[in-house]
Design a protein around this ligand. Structure first.
Ligand SMILES: [Zn+2]
Ligand SMILES: [Zn+2]
Length: 280
């Protein structure tokens, strides 16, 4: 094989992603089949769907979460793709953590809906009876509640993968001792509970924010990942695709960023160790 052929092939080897959305969450586009078609073209090795989970009676964030009635369609669409796809496909959800919904996550999402894996996506914190979107929060008052909620989530045993664990650094842009301490506790807990953490490809494409050392993506944040690598965390790259064209490209983008930072990453499919679902 010519050198040119190898150069063309090597970047496509062994890329999996386990953070994928679909149009059913109402703020992404594309059917599962479109994501799988694109992933096949891009040389995917395994793909996990983790669309934003529904909430009881569609009463929480109804405009940006799957409706309860769409779960069976989602499941059917994802699982039916297994038969004709050369790489394994998994059916899961991305869920937040709120103690009020513990039984919903455990008994409905994991139990009744039969999610094969669950991604922890920590997007909101509750304070004074209101939900605050954590990437837009900068008040120290919310940091404590956010940290408590995150550490509690990692304790529950509900989650297989921790999406964008550094998302809160979008708003908390100064790496002072409180923020460093929060990063350290989050990473230590993920390691303790053996939950891999994700360098998120979508965050890299969002408008930059001003950090301690100049402009940077809101997340992923270099200092967080250097700390995670030093502490020995399991680090993976995923796309967080909300459009089919990003399904694998986004994961590669995250991997390229990790490589540039000198952060060692693992393949999410290998790390998750899910049961085999390949058709013979
Ligand atoms: Zn989303
Ligand atoms: Zn997501």
């Amino acid at each position: 094989m010519s050198l040119f052929a190898w150069v063309a092939i090597v970047p496509y080897v062994n890329t999996s992603s386990f953070h994928t959305h679909t149009r059913l969450c109402k703020h992404a586009s594309g059917e599962p089949a479109e994501y799988v078609l694109q992933a096949t073209k891009d040389g995917c090795s395994a793909l996990g769907f983790s669309d934003h989970c529904p909430y009881p009676d569609d009463a929480t964030w109804p405009g940006s979460r799957m409706s309860v009635r769409d779960v069976s369609l989602y499941r059917e669409q994802v699982l039916s793709l297994r038969q004709d796809t050369p790489f394994p496909i998994y059916y899961g959800f991305e869920c937040e953590w709120f103690p009020l919904y513990e039984s919903w996550y455990r008994d409905f999402i994991r139990g009744e809906c039969g999610a094969e894996y669950v991604v922890y996506g920590s997007h909101w914190v509750r304070d004074a009876g209101e939900f605050w979107y954590i990437p837009e929060a900068a008040e120290k008052r919310l940091l404590g509640s956010y940290l408590d909620l995150t550490l509690q989530a990692l304790e529950t045993g509900l989650y297989d993968l921790f999406a964008h664990p550094d998302i809160f650094l979008a708003g908390y842009t100064r790496m002072d001792s409180d923020i460093q301490n929060a990063c350290q506790q989050i990473i230590a807990s993920a390691i303790h509970h053996d939950i891999p953490m994700e360098i998120n490809g979508l965050g890299l494409k969002k408008p930059f924010v001003c950090g301690d050392s100049g402009l940077r993506p809101p997340y992923p944040v270099r200092e967080f990942w250097e700390m995670a690598a030093d502490m020995g965390a399991k680090i993976v790259c995923c796309s967080d695709a909300h459009r089919s064209e990003d399904v694998i490209a986004g994961a590669r983008f995250a991997k390229a960023q990790a490589d540039e930072w000198g952060i060692q990453t693992m393949d999410p499919y290998e790390v998750l160790g899910l049961p085999s679902v390949l058709y013979p």
